[in-house]
Design a protein around this ligand. Structure first.
Ligand SMILES: Nc1ncnc2c1ncn2[C@@H]1O[C@H](COP(=O)(O)OP(=O)(O)OP(=O)(O)O)[C@@H](O)[C@H]1O
Length: 813
């Protein structure tokens, strides 16, 4: 058992503002000190006392310039090493919104070097596994999100989440030993790093898609990515199982400061409540005398029960923002961390015996004991030998006969039935007529025995015989080589035959090194995320698509997307170059190999070397050394290519995530615009005619479906024309969009007349007439009678004008 207090680290988020004496970090013998010095006006306000200086001890403090790899090495790697040894581990980030929790745990959205603890941990685990060939590892992952005290499975493959409620709900269950189980949380086997990273990406994308618009600005949920590792040494029945929780908590700021209402307030209350319960658990654990720890108060503390005061090695990273307005929250984060540092955990090695292996071992033992008993008592066992036993006897006899050691024995145990069986097999061997080859060899030996030979003659004969067998060997080698070549050619032809043109193209492409295969697989995997955004794009109406294009052009975050694309392109180019290099080197190695073989062969043929014990000559040594150099360069290039492949996959994931984010931001913007326009429309009933006019036109653009204009999106774009005149810049986009469409379909004059000359009258009947007319006009327009419709429009306008005038004056026309 390892007794250890929770290790605490702090990380300061980079800021453009100069630190101007607000904080400093000092190194001490047993850790680091973080000192905050508050300006007077702050110490009197936000923090409820007048202290100006606050000091906190941490295991280590990462200042603004700290890089992600440094954080991984210091914070995560020791925990992960323990997990690989069989100890549970937890790493959690705590801090106010925007202080860098997600950046630390998952990573930044732009650069590969910004990847956080989770992807680095995944790489580390699989790297370790590939190097430990004595162990058999299995890795599973799960991803849980806790929002408003409800758990959701972020890795559910059956659902395409568009909101959180679409994801399966996870609930807590407690067994008789009070162990917590998570019902409905799927765990997925990951056999490779790539598979695990794809799962992480799937979960992150689901998390992003399922965010409610209200919680956009900040992650208002807790997320727990769990890696389950089990390891067994070859031949051992003992399995070590450990799990690693990587936790990104929700922002810890106080409700009063968030200044929120409605849904957001409910969220904030839940977050604060669950963080409050977390604090209660931590306080209770810190008090030695407390026997009851209130884990059950919240889902998060229930899930993390083992991590807090239980069987786990736990590490916390406190994320702090040192901008003036955030100092109070950072101080409260550090206070929290100090309490956490008091908690003692008792981590135990999670070892268990694999029941299957134990049963097999016990069965073997029982068999042995039965055999010994039979020998000792003389009461022989009478039941038939099993198939397995029969096979074992055959193997034992074969090995015995093949063994050249005259002292070898058959080791089959004390069972008389098996001993009889072995004797039976031996007798069969002796009695059986020799096979063709054996018979020939026997005859030859007999002939040789029978021949009386002169000593000189016999030495000449044996020299010639040696030469013949040497030639036989050479012929065999050549025939085998020929066969291999033929087979390789036939396989290649068959493969080419089975490829479709696209694959053929890919094959001929220089990227057709190993890299291209893995890359294409990666792109299939990364399409999981792309699917969401593409699907949505496909579902958009034409107007909305156009709106999206405009939105994308002006999108604030477009630059990172463009940067990522550029970076990805560069990496592709680099991978292509490396792939070519790998191919060239491989070609060189193959060429050297065949030259070496030829060289050896020719030496053997010339009788310059003993085929049984070929001594390398100078040329061979030279070729071998060249081959070693090439192999080294191949290895290096290949390793580089592999790491580049991981980088490319990561960048693809980031790009996909940015695209999903863009899509989400667009949806929110669109909803806001629609809502604003609807409010305008309610206050301007007289504008309905132009609204309908544009609606109808929009519906025409959308393929002439009447129903299209009922959708909020088309309603918004129709209203927009009016809105652009009334509410100005906020709807400038709609204005541009509509006018550009109008210009292409209708002469400006007609549109203006339609929108400007036919306002509604306020009289129900007259307005109904106007609407009926508009629809009729739409119908005519759809049949291509644009000119006629314009004439009708003018005529109707005149009629309506007189009709409304006559109503006003009380006279008929
Ligand atoms: N150490 C850092 N280096 C560079 N950028 C950072 C760092 N820490 C945070 N950021 C950036 O600051 C922004 C907010 O960070 P992040 O999303 O990680 O905060 P958070 O604490 O997880 O917030 P929330 O509680 O809302 O989820 C992001 O754009 C992130 O990329």
């Amino acid at each position: 058992m390892v007794k250890q207090t929770i290790q605490i680290f702090a990380r300061i988020k980079p800021t453009k503002v100069s630190k101007a004496g607000l904080y400093d970090i000092t190194e001490e013998q047993d850790g680091c000190m973080l000192n905050f010095t508050l300006p007077r006006e702050l110490s009197e306000g936000l923090v409820n006392n007048k202290r100006e200086s606050f000091k906190y001890r941490f295991e280590q403090i990462f200042d603004q310039s700290a890089k992600q790899d440094e954080v991984f090495e210091q914070v995560a790697r020791p925990v992960v090493d323990n997990v690989l040894q069989g100890y549970n581990g937890t790493i959690f980030a705590y801090g106010q919104t925007g202080s860098g929790k997600t950046f630390t745990i998952t990573g930044g959205p732009e650069k590969y070097s910004d990847r956080g603890i989770i992807p680095r941990t995944v790489s580390y685990i699989f790297d370790h596994q590939s190097k430990s060939s004595d162990f058999e590892f299995t890795t599973h992952v799960s991803y849980l999100e806790i929002y408003n005290e409800n758990g959701y499975d972020l890795l559910d493959p059956k659902h395409e989440a568009s909101k959180l409620e679409d994801l399966p709900k996870v609930s807590l269950m407690e067994d008789s030993k009070q162990n917590i189980h998570l019902r409905n949380l799927s765990t997925h086997k990951a056999s490779t790093e790539e598979e695990a990273l794809n799962l992480l990406f799937l979960g992150d994308t689901n998390r992003m898609i399922a965010e409610t618009p209200m919680n956009q600005a900040s992650t208002r949920s807790h997320c727990i990515f769990t890696i389950h590792v089990s390891a067994r040494e070859a031949g051992s029945a003992t399995i070590r199982r450990a799990k690693l929780h990587l936790v990104d908590l929700a922002g810890s700021e106080r409700v009063s400061k968030t200044g929120v209402n409605g849904v957001l307030l409910t969220e904030a209350k839940y977050i604060n409540l669950s963080l409050h319960f977390l604090e209660q658990v931590i306080v209770a654990l810190g008090e030695r005398t407390r026997s009851h720890i209130p884990y059950r108060n919240s889902m998060m503390t229930s899930v993390l029960r083992d991590s807090l005061g239980g069987n786990c090695m736990t590490t916390m990273i406190a994320t702090c923002s040192i901008e003036k307005r955030n100092l109070a929250e950072s101080i409260s984060t550090c206070n929290f961390a100090q309490r956490v540092a008091l908690i003692k955990n008792d981590a135990i090695l999670n070892e268990e015996l694999d029941p299957k292996l134990v049963i097999a071992r016990l069965k073997r033992e029982v068999e042995q004991l039965k055999e010994e008993l039979a020998m000792a008592t003389g009461v022989q066992r009478s039941e038939e030998l099993s198939e397995e036993d029969l096979e074992r006897c055959e193997d034992a006899v074969r090995q015995y006969l093949e063994d050249r050691d005259p002292d070898s024995v058959i080791n089959i145990g004390a069972d008389m039935r098996k001993i009889h069986r072995c004797f039976h097999l031996l007798k069969k061997q002796i009695k059986a007529p020799p096979s063709g080859q054996q018979a020939e060899r026997q005859r030859q030996a007999e002939r040789e025995e029978a021949l009386p030979r002169a000593p000189a003659e016999s030495s000449e004969v044996s020299r010639l015989q040696q030469l013949i067998s040497q030639r036989d060997n050479e012929i065999n080698i050549l025939v085998n080589m020929l066969k291999k070549e033929k087979k390789r050619a036939a396989d290649a032809a068959a493969r080419l035959h089975s490829l479709n043109p696209e694959q053929l193209q890919r094959l001929t492409d220089s990227r057709s090194s190993e890299m291209s295969v893995t890359q294409s697989r990666a792109s299939v995997d990364s399409s999981i995320g792309a699917k969401n955004s593409e699907l949505r794009m496909g579902e958009m109406s034409l107007g909305r698509q156009e709106a999206f294009e405009t939105f994308r052009r002006d999108y604030q975050k477009k630059h990172p997307i463009e940067d990522s694309k550029r970076e990805l392109k560069m990496k592709y180019a680099e991978a292509k170059g490396l792939g070519e290099k790998v191919n060239v080197t491989r070609g060189k190695i193959n060429k050297l190999k065949s030259s070496l073989e030829q060289h050896r062969m020719s030496r053997v043929m010339q009788g310059l070397v003993d085929p049984e014990n070929p001594e390398p000559d100078e040329m061979e040594m030279e070729m071998r050394s060249q081959m070693e150099t090439e192999k080294q360069s191949y290895k290096e290039a290949f390793a580089h290519l592999r790491s580049l492949k991981t980088e490319i996959e990561h960048s693809q994931h980031l790009l996909e995530k940015s695209k999903v984010q863009l899509m989400k931001d667009f949806e929110i913007w669109w909803a806001e615009q629609t809502a604003a326009l609807q409010v305008n429309a309610m206050h301007k009933p007289r504008l309905i005619a132009s609204f309908i006019f544009i609606q109808e036109k929009q519906s025409r653009l959308n393929g002439g479906h009447r129903s299209a204009w009922r959708t909020p999106s088309s309603r918004a774009s129709s209203l927009s024309t009016e809105n652009s005149r009334v509410s100005g810049p906020s709807s400038a986009f709609f204005c541009t969009q509509s006018t550009s469409r109008q210009a292409s379909l209708y002469p400006d004059s007609v549109v203006d007349q339609a929108a400007g000359l036919i306002p509604l009258t306020g009289d129900a009947k007259a307005d109904a007439d106007i609407m009926a007319f508009m629809r009729a006009r739409q119908h005519i327009a759809q049949q291509g009678l644009l000119f006629l419709s314009s004439a009708c429009l003018m005529f109707a306008s005149v009629c309506l004008f007189f009709s409304s005038k006559s109503k006003v004056t009380g006279r008929g026309i």
